[in-house]
Design a protein around this ligand. Sequence first.
Ligand code: ATP
Ligand code: MG
Length: 314
Amino acid sequence: MDLNSVSLFTKNLTKHFDHFTAVDDVSFVVHRGEIFGLLGPNGAGKTTTIRMLLGLLAPTSGVGAVLGYDIVKQAEEIRSRVGYVSQKFSLYSDLTVAENFNFYGGVYGIARQLLAARRDEILRTVGLDGQDNVRVSNLAGGSRQRLALACALAHQPEFLFLDEPTAGVDPISRRALWDLVYDLAERGTSILVTTHYMDEAENCHRLAFVYQGKIVAEGTPHAVKEEQMRAQVVEIDCDNIDAALPALRDAKLFDEIALYGSLIHAIGENAAANIAPARDLLRAHGVAVKSAEAILPSLEDVFIARLRRADNSR
Ligand SMILES: Nc1ncnc2c1ncn2[C@@H]1O[C@H](COP(=O)(O)OP(=O)(O)OP(=O)(O)O)[C@@H](O)[C@H]1O
Ligand SMILES: [Mg+2]
């Protein structure tokens, strides 16, 4: 491993809250210019991990460094060099775009003149140019998130922590935000981003699935799909899903049955071999099957299969 290219590493990072383990033996590396995704359901431990990496919360055990600075002993150094859009990041809604930017820039101790010069450039980067005097209360959700990002960029951080930056944002604004993240990464900024939107995982260079504090899968989206998915997925399009779901679950032909909109995903080691028995079973339950075919697993399928395996090995 080229150590010069490592922007963040953590090893065996663990956090106990009393007897509860929120983060459990987490290790990973983020390289310069890399977009690393932490993916997981609510309560998985994503925010707690970020808080430890920023030196806002002391780890129970484990070590880590960001930009070469120790997360326990050099937290101040880290915080002055990284940008952080926290999950509950709040802008002042009664202040304008420019006033918010100036406020957060001031917190990072940037001189007024420098800040004014940077503001134009950064607001242009995030697509808010010309909106300096708009009150935040009049901005749409997507624009607010882009302003939050702009505020976190005021001190030109080398590393950016984004905790669920696209939660509650419409699809077009989500796309725009990701395009920005790509641009930043291409210019050398390293990025740790959390999300629970599975489709966004595909935007990361590498990602880790977190479940109950543990990393249960890690790699490029492609590798996670190709190598870590031993299971196959059969997509079933049928009428009467209310009858089909319990019938498939009871028959135990597959390890896991999940609903995707109006389609059923049946996941299992040899799922494709069970297409014919599944068709027979559904027919016997009065369900008309329009189609049932093996498909390439989505990241969400991989995630579900991984969670199932993690649950079964407890
Ligand atoms: N200060 C605390 N004291 C006790 N428990 C905590 C504390 N902070 C977090 N937890 C618990 O630790 C677990 C992990 O929380 P965390 O906020 O890291 O999850 P998350 O993956 O960020 O979830 P979300 O997607 O909801 O943001 C949760 O069960 C949470 O209730
Ligand atoms: Mg969180």
